[in-house]
Design a binder for this molecule. Structure first.
Ligand code: SAT
Ligand code: MN
Length: 595
């Protein structure tokens, strides 16, 4: 594609960026397979991509060891007032931040091509979809965006016709001097990385990282941080949720949206194969849900993404066979290990561990090596359409009506396998106080318990207290059409440190209970923390689980819950006057119930 006129705002923006970043050339992407193949071939030639002989049309990338995950410490919500970003976000003044970043962007694309990527989040042309244009100097980003979003020259036509777009500027921050040899994974040092959002002007500026959510700006930056701020202004919801359709043996469909933090099993649940006979599960999305109230007064969800950027380690034919079948061909793997016969491998992929590998750092690896062969946040990028259980309605522009919301996280203790909220307000309290042990999806310590409200702590583009209020307001509007709210914890452990619940396919048993709650087919017992299944109501047929494990999974330790209260109080205090009174009241009531 030449540098043909697109639309005035776009042309002007591209011109300004080129003046600042000084690329050697500008390339306008069209999203075709030829474009993808050409760019991939070039990356193979330079050595940054490895062809996987054993997997058709699939490639392996190894990143710089410093650039392996999202960088929450370097992620900014830059609003004119600090209060509007709130205590869960890093804030810098927009004028100062732009000055700093302009300094970094100055000449940052020297020796490189600047790619212009026109993309749609959501089906092209759907009224719920949003258009973005990402400018990047990373061909790896272009190829990933081809899968994760809808990249197409049709978007130029829509822009020419006057459609709005969200500008997303990205640079890896590694200019090349004349004759300088390029790194295999060029990026900037951590202190120069900035993942910046300006929600008041729907603008994204990212600098210094080529990895995942730091660089594929349609995903967390646009579809969550910027979109959540837009959603609040416009009365809809942008959430960190998988979407699935569950069909019972009678053919009744239920649509479930579930919010878990990164690397807590959203992809596995979204593609689950139920162990209970007659139930069917289909995937609509594995990470993000955009939801609007439809003409029927119900909440309808679409998946704005076009692909999966899934965690590889732990994925196997045992844990997620559908993901394994999805990634048989046409995949970009990042930071997986390479087998001697030209395939990828990661921890947990097979029972048998290969005798020799090249690890994610490019070194020889044997089972005696002390480090993992694949990075724990190694990923696959693949088209959603390749998933064998993708729902036929996954691209329906009207979305699917949501029946059930689930919140949860990784908790090795305290939190039972499942419970239901008493009502919407209590459900919002459960979302607002959700906590999870941290994972390697973010650079930082792993395994620390942190409050991660609605799994949105790293992704909410505005004050979290206002976000809680938005949830309460949505409940008021939805009234009796609001989805029912549940909380789950697949990760509770025995005192000996063993997982008590088998998880994966058997999670269908828990989902079945939720559906039967909706139908009024099963009761629940009222406890201090919410509504728990009565004995015998969870379908455990065919499951070999010790009764004492079941008891432990469902046990409510009032003392341990009372011990949580000071942390919830501290968490709520952070939001000051912006914490809705209804949530304070919920906390008082929980305290009273715990005695
Ligand atoms: O790197 S991503 O933000 O895309 C993945 C995740 O953390 O959920
Ligand atoms: Mn995610």
């Amino acid at each position: 594609m030449g540098g043909a006129a697109k639309n005035e705002k776009l042309n002007k923006w591209i011109e300004e960026i080129a003046d600042m970043c000084r690329p050697d050339g500008i390339y306008w992407c069209d999203g075709t397979k030829e474009e993808y193949d050409r760019m991939m071939a070039k990356m193979v030639e330079t050595g940054s991509a490895t062809v996987l002989e054993k997997r058709p049309n699939s490639f392996l990338f190894r990143t710089d060891p410093s650039d392996v995950a999202r960088v929450e410490d370097r992620t900014f919500i830059s609003t004119s007032s600090k209060d509007d970003a709130g205590p869960t976000n890093n804030w810098l003044d927009p004028v100062d931040l732009k000055n700093t970043m302009r300094g970094l962007y100055q000449g940052c694309m020297k020796g490189r091509t600047m790619y212009v990527i026109p993309f749609s989040m959501g089906p092209i042309g759907s009224p719920i979809s949003k258009i973005g244009v990402e400018v990047t100097d990373s061909p790896y980003v272009v190829c990933n965006m081809h899968m994760m979003t809808r990249v197409s020259a049709r978007i130029y036509e829509m822009l020419s016709a006057g459609e709005e777009f969200i500008p997303c500027l990205h640079s890896i921050g590694a200019p090349l001097a004349a004759g300088q040899k390029d790194a295999l994974w060029p990026c900037a040092p951590i202190e120069n990385k900035y993942i910046s959002h300006f929600p008041e002007e729907n603008l994204i500026w990212s600098y210094g990282s080529g990895y995942g959510g730091n660089a594929l700006l349609g995903k967390k930056c646009l579809a969550l941080r910027i979109a959540s701020a837009m959603a609040r202004r416009e009365g809809w919801m942008a959430e960190h949720m998988l979407i699935l359709r569950l069909t019972n043996p009678q053919g009744r469909q239920y649509h479930i949206a579930a919010a878990f933090p990164s690397a807590c099993g959203k992809t596995n649940l979204a593609m689950m194969r139920p162990t209970i006979p007659g139930w069917k599960c289909e995937c609509i999305g594995d990470d993000i849900a955009w939801m609007k109230i439809g003409p029927d007064g119900r909440l309808h969800a679409i998946n704005p993404e076009n692909g999966f950027f899934g965690v590889a380690p732990g994925t196997s034919y045992g844990t997620n066979p559908m993901a394994m079948d999805t990634v048989r061909e046409n995949v970009i793997f990042t930071n997986c290990a390479l087998t001697d016969d030209g395939d990828v491998w990661w921890e947990g992929m097979t029972d048998e561990v290969p005798g020799h590998l090249i690890d994610w750092k490019g070194r020889d690896w044997t089972p005696d090596s002390r480090e993992e062969a694949a990075h724990p946040n190694a990923r696959f990028t693949v088209l959603a359409s390749q998933c064998p259980v993708i729902c036929k309605d996954w691209e329906n522009p009207a979305g699917v009506p949501i029946d059930i919301f689930i919140f949860g996280g990784r908790r090795s203790s305290v939190v039972p396998l499942v419970y239901e909220a008493f009502n919407w307000e209590h459900g919002v309290f459960l979302g607002a106080t959700a906590a999870s042990e941290t994972t390697s999806a973010n650079i930082g310590a792993v395994g620390n318990l942190r409050r991660d409200p609605f799994a949105m702590k790293p992704f909410c583009g505005y004050q979290m207290g206002d976000y809680f209020r938005h949830w309460l307001d949505m409940g008021d509007t939805l009234g009796d059409k609001a989805p029912r709210i549940f909380y789950v914890n697949w990760f509770r452990k025995s005192p000996e440190g063993m997982f008590l619940w088998p998880g994966f396919s058997d999670n269908s048993r828990v989902l079945k209970w939720m559906c039967e709650r909706i139908e009024g087919k099963v009761g629940a017992r009222k406890t201090e923390i919410g509504l728990l299944p009565n004995d015998g109501d969870l379908d455990l047929s065919g499951l070999d689980i010790a009764p004492e494990n079941m008891n432990e999974l469902m046990r409510i330790d009032s003392g341990a819950w009372r011990a949580e209260l000071p942390d919830i109080e501290r968490h709520f205090a952070e939001f000051g006057a912006r914490l809705p009174a209804k949530l304070k009241k919920q906390l008082q009531e929980l305290k009273k119930r715990l005695g």
